[in-house]
Each structure stands twice: as structure tokens, then as C-alpha cells.
Unconditional design. Structure first.
Length: 241
């Protein structure tokens, strides 16, 4: 009976974003190399995406690789992208069977060419899927996105495509990489760290936030449901009473 109730559960959160933190600590606790944590963390992405779809979430945005992550050791970065490629190829049938649509934000051009190709192929082949959108932030930084959006907006003003007097929050939203997505209702960060780490700085202005001590490789359906239940308890006033 409990399983039936779980399957019927739905949430008013339509777009959730997750800072997937704790892969390295998960591996260290087990006396394993950091790469094992990244492998397990990658597996959880697909588990949580399918769970999100089950609970009626329309978009799941995940922080997979930040602009700051380029400072990590080269061998770790190479492993991350190599495993990302392998995992997308391995999971392609699963993406199609579950009607998952893949999108990305960030500086995709900075990634290895082979990684770019795999991701671009996956985006094209899943474009007609109309289930949950898995939006992957790769080489992404919130400040960089805002600066690039301002440059594009200024360029359009200079070309007289936009009247400077018409610039408002709604117009600026349309210059962000998330312009085609609904507002972010909930931001979750795993591992116990309490900061947003340059993630979606403009977009989370009125998002609810939950910081859970669970390390990302251990974050499962039960953890996500607990976060969604907590979200349902929140009163979202957007600055009002």
C-alpha cells in the first residue's frame, strides 16, 4: 500500500535545481579514490531524474561542472569528461525509454571535442521527448552567465534591436541561458555545505533552498521525496505578507 501512495505523490515544484556535492568525501569515507565517488555520483543523476519525473517535476537542473572546477587536477577533469561520455552512450536507451529530454547550460565549447559531440548528439536525439527535462550545467558559472547576458543585451541596444528604456527584469530573463525554462522553485544542495557556489545566481532569487547533509552518491528517492515534502510545507510569499 505504501508503494502505491508513493507512486501517486506529486509536488507543486515544477523546476528543481541540485548542487551535487560530496562525491570526493563519499569515496574518502570508504578508502576509495575520488573517481569512485564521481562514478557513483553519475549513477545517481539518472536515478534522481527518473524519480523527479515520477513526482511530476518538469525540469531538473544539475550542477555537473562549474567554471571553478577547471582548477582541479587535469587527470581528474579528464576522467570526469571521459566517464560523462561513456555514461551518456550507455544510458541513451534509458533516456529514450523514459522520455527524458537533455539540455545544457554553460560554456559547452570549453569541453573536450569528444564530450561536446556526445552531448550534442544526445540533445538532438532527445529533442522530441516531452517528459522531464534534464538540464545539465557544464562549465557553468552564475556570474559568467550574467556578464555574458549583459554583453548580449548591450549589443542589441547598440544595434537598436532593443530600446534601453524597455529593459526590465522580464527582458533580462530572456537573455539568460534558462530563458526557455520555468522559474526555479527549489534549490537543493547535498553534503551539508551551506552556500550556492555561483550557481544560477539570478534565477534562485526567490527559490526555496534545502541543504541536506546527505552526500550526493547516497542521495536517493527517499531523500528527494523528503525535500519535496519540506518544500510543500514552505509558505512562498515573494517578499509579501
Amino acid at each position: 500500500m505504501r508503494k502505491k501512495r508513493d507512486e501517486q505523490y506529486s509536488t507543486s515544484a515544477k523546476h528543481i535545481a541540485i548542487i551535487m556535492d560530496g562525491n570526493g568525501r563519499w569515496a574518502k569515507k570508504r578508502g576509495l579514490p575520488r573517481t569512485f565517488g564521481h562514478k557513483q555520483g553519475a549513477e545517481q543523476i539518472f536515478t534522481i531524474t527518473k524519480t523527479a519525473q515520477k513526482y511530476g517535476i518538469k525540469v531538473l537542473t544539475i550542477y555537473a561542472f562549474s567554471t571553478e572546477n577547471w582548477k582541479r587536477p587535469e587527470d581528474e577533469i579528464a576522467f570526469l569528461f571521459r566517464y560523462l561520455e561513456e555514461n551518456f552512450v550507455k544510458r541513451f536507451d534509458e533516456l529514450m525509454e523514459n522520455n527524458i529530454k537533455v539540455q545544457t547550460i554553460g560554456q559547452l565549447y570549453r569541453l573536450p571535442e569528444s564530450t561536446q559531440k556526445v552531448i550534442e548528439d544526445t540533445i538532438i536525439k532527445t529533442a522530441d521527448n516531452d517528459g522531464v527535462i534534464l538540464n545539465i550545467a557544464l562549465s557553468y558559472g552564475g556570474r559568467t552567465e550574467i556578464v555574458e547576458s549583459i554583453k548580449n543585451l548591450v549589443n542589441d541596444v547598440q544595434k537598436e534591436k532593443v530600446n534601453a528604456e524597455s529593459i526590465n527584469e522580464e527582458l533580462f530573463d530572456s537573455y539568460l541561458q534558462t530563458a526557455n525554462l520555468p522559474p526555479i522553485d527549489l534549490l537543493i544542495r547535498t553534503s551539508g555545505e551551506v552556500r550556492v557556489s555561483n550557481f544560477l545566481l539570478w534565477q534562485i532569487a526567490y527559490s526555496e533552498m534545502i541543504f541536506t547533509p546527505t552526500l550526493w552518491p547516497d542521495f536517493d528517492e527517499r531523500n528527494l521525496k523528503e525535500c519535496l515534502i519540506e518544500f510543500q510545507r514552505r509558505q512562498r510569499r515573494y517578499g509579501g505578507l
